[in-house]
Ligand binder design. Structure first.
Ligand SMILES: [Zn+2]
Ligand SMILES: [Zn+2]
Length: 117
């Protein structure tokens, strides 16, 4: 057998605590037994996508904060703008894009400055 200049050893790491071993089965077992699945819930503002964790704020606290955030967009008047940005950044999970009804059929009127076709 010829000597090799290098060799690779795979270590399997627990994603939670970083414990590692070359024994994959042992780590998988460790992970399952030591780290039960944790549940957390996040309440999101439907306009900007900001979220509040229920574990941190409580169910009610998280909902109130998300509702307050939602309301702040209405109060600030940046609702459509923020929602449009959030919509594209989140791939459609949050926000919305304002499509004016009837605006697409009748192209003559209601052209807004700065908007590209
Ligand atoms: Zn672990
Ligand atoms: Zn918001």
């Amino acid at each position: 057998m010829s000597r090799q200049r290098s060799r690779s050893v795979k270590y399997y790491c627990c994603p939670v605590c970083g414990k590692n071993s070359t024994d994959r089965i042992a780590i998988e077992k460790h992970y399952r037994e030591r780290h039960p699945v944790k549940i957390d819930e996040v309440i999101y503002c439907n306009i900007c996508g900001a979220g509040w964790r229920v574990n941190a704020y409580g169910d009610r606290g998280a909902r109130e904060r998300a509702a307050a955030c939602y309301q702040s967009h209405i109060d600030n008047g940046d609702m459509d703008e923020t929602a449009g940005r959030a919509f594209f950044l989140s791939g459609g999970s949050f926000g919305y894009v304002n499509v004016k009804k009837g605006g697409l059929q009748d192209g003559k009127k209601e052209k807004e400055p700065g908007k590209r076709e």
